[in-house]
Design a protein around this ligand. Structure first.
Ligand code: NAP
Length: 493
């Protein structure tokens, strides 16, 4: 029995390596074309993918609903967001400011004398993308990582998520067909499945960077593999976030019910399966805010979660929280039904979270929120610091209210600081930042918005290069009409 198992494992490993080697070799060949492609060509490829996804919307949404149980309205919106994202990248690459094209003309009088230096960002090479379970379109096969890497000029190999395998395979077919029809090179897009292939992909010498959205545990394992290679490569992981919210006394006095309703809507959205879920909410002590949130949630039925594994992790996280001496269950079932999640409102104090941050401030991925009472703003900010790196941090205050150190501390822990509002919506735009200090992400970059491309580009400076040897973006004549910084001055045609 043991011998057979060992043989099977060896056979699986060989197949995995062969499959990954073939798709990686094709991506390397495609890179020879994509690295020299024009922005207009890549915009055409991205537009073709968006059009093809839109044309297949009915089929893809039905598949997604079957596998994720997220429902047609949510999935319809998510697919529209995905195709809008592809089109945004298409327009951004043609605009060209993301390349940071910079020209310093020679200056022999400078100290030290300056040669002719021209710098811009160039594509890295084939990129591995690990799609997420909780966004089967927007962070999956044709999601933001894929769109930003293709826009940057990098071939992409997606490791599909096991939570939606049929949707992944069908989306991959639609994407590959659209790219081929739009004239993109063979091998520019690949799709593999299976955990072993994902591991092999991260270690493959042709892969130059990895984009990942998922758990702290899985992301850390793959990050360590990427860093442990003989030639370490960047690993852009979005892993775990608690997203603290601080409500001032003045805001609570002015609109407690409105805030309670807003929080209830945000932390239960999509059964709480959002990386931007508000997991910890700081409120002044001595008010009944937790009870108001419980009333706003009302009776909450169990909702099917994306996978049994995610449901089990939620149940386990809740069990840890509710067993803690410092935590009170204000509303909801502490024992969840298998495969589902139902809303739970918990309460504690800043003293308790500061005394035991690892127990009380870990991400609990699902429809729960921990309301933390503070005696003064200083202890609230100490609790925010104890939360550590998050994707978002939010303050609810009254107009004109003196915020003291609040903004500085929220900026210290998060990539996106919100004034009022709730963090669960993530707009796709030029100014978006979806990434923050560890453990929310493994890098300083965003995975959403135009500058997500920055992850898959590296700066190169050309010194005293003949004009004809330069990329068109850096030649004397700005034929592409892109913004460039020339001798320190930004020029926008
Ligand atoms: P996950 O378990 O980290 O899986 C993400 C991807 O990584 C999948 O392709 C998975 O392969 C692979 N993977 C996981 N562990 C691995 C390992 N040790 N070695 C190699 N590959 C590995 O994430 P998930 O299934 O989407 O969700 C699980 C938990 O992640 C949730 O409960 C939540 O805590 C967190 N999560 C966070 C975010 C976020 O945005 N920060 C989003 C979603 C989930 P398989 O397909 O084979 O499993």
């Amino acid at each position: 029995m043991t011998a057979i198992d060992t043989e099977n494992r060896t056979a699986v490993a060989r197949t995995d390596l062969d499959a990954v080697a073939a798709v990686a070799a094709a991506a390397r060949r495609a890179f020879a074309v994509t690295v020299a492609s024009t922005a207009a060509e890549r915009a055409t490829w991205l537009g073709a993918v968006a059009d093809a996804l839109d044309a297949s919307a009915t089929e893809l949404i039905a598949l997604a609903d079957d596998e994720t149980r997220l429902g047609t309205p949510r999935l319809t919106g998510e697919l529209a967001r995905t195709t809008a994202q592809l089109r945004l990248f298409a327009s951004a690459v043609v605009e060209g400011s993301h390349l940071e094209a910079t020209i310093d003309h020679p200056d022999p009088q400078a100290t030290p004398p300056r040669p002719d230096l021209r710098r811009m960002l160039r594509p890295l090479g084939p990129v591995a993308v690990f799609s997420a379970s909780n966004f089967p379109f927007a962070f999956s096969v044709a999601g933001g990582d894929t769109a930003s890497a293709l826009a940057a000029g990098c071939p992409v190999i997606v490791k599909g998520h096991s939570a939606h395998p049929r949707l992944s395979a069908r989306t991959a077919e639609v994407v590959a067909t659209a790219l081929a029809g739009a004239g993109a090179p063979e091998g520019v897009f690949g799709h593999v499945t299976g955990r072993e292939r994902g591991v092999a992909l991260v270690q493959h010498p042709e892969i130059r960077a990895v984009g990942f959205t998922g758990s702290l545990h899985g992301g850390r394992a793959l990050f360590d593999l990427a860093q442990g290679r003989p030639d370490p490569i960047p690993f852009y992981g979005e892993l775990s976030a608690v997203n603290p919210v601080l409500i001032t006394r003045a805001a609570l006095d002015a609109r407690a019910d409105e805030l309670a309703a807003g929080l209830a809507g945000s932390f239960t959205l999509g059964a709480g399966q959002f990386c931007t879920n508000p997991g910890v909410v700081l409120v002044p002590a001595g008010v009944d805010f937790a009870e108001r949130v419980a009333a706003a949630v009302g009776s909450s039925a169990p909702v099917p979660m994306l996978t049994d594994g995610i449901a089990a992790a939620f149940a386990e996280g809740l069990a840890g929280l509710t067993a803690h001496d410092g935590v009170t269950v204000v509303a909801g079932e502490t024992t969840q039904q298998p495969g589902t999640g139902s809303a739970v409102v918990l309460a504690t104090t800043t003293d308790a979270v500061i005394a035991d941050p690892s127990a009380l401030l870990a991400e609990c991925f699902g429809p729960s929120t921990l309301i933390v009472e503070y005696a003064d703003v200083e202890s609230a900010l100490a609790a925010v610091r104890a939360v550590g790196g998050s994707l978002t941090a939010t303050v609810h205050a009254e107009p004109g209210e003196e915020l003291g150190d609040i903004v500085a501390v929220l900026t210290e822990v998060a990539g996106r600081v919100l004034f009022a509002g709730w963090p669960t919506g993530v707009a796709v735009s030029w100014a978006q930042q979806h990434g923050g200090p560890w453990p929310s992400t493994t890098s300083i970059h965003t995975s959403v918005g135009v500058t997500a491309m920055r992850r898959f580009l590296r700066p190169v400076a050309y010194q005293d290069a003949p004009d004809a040897a330069l990329p068109p973006e850096l030649r004397d004549e700005n034929v592409l009409g892109i913004p460039r910084r020339i001798d320190g001055v930004l020029t926008v045609p």
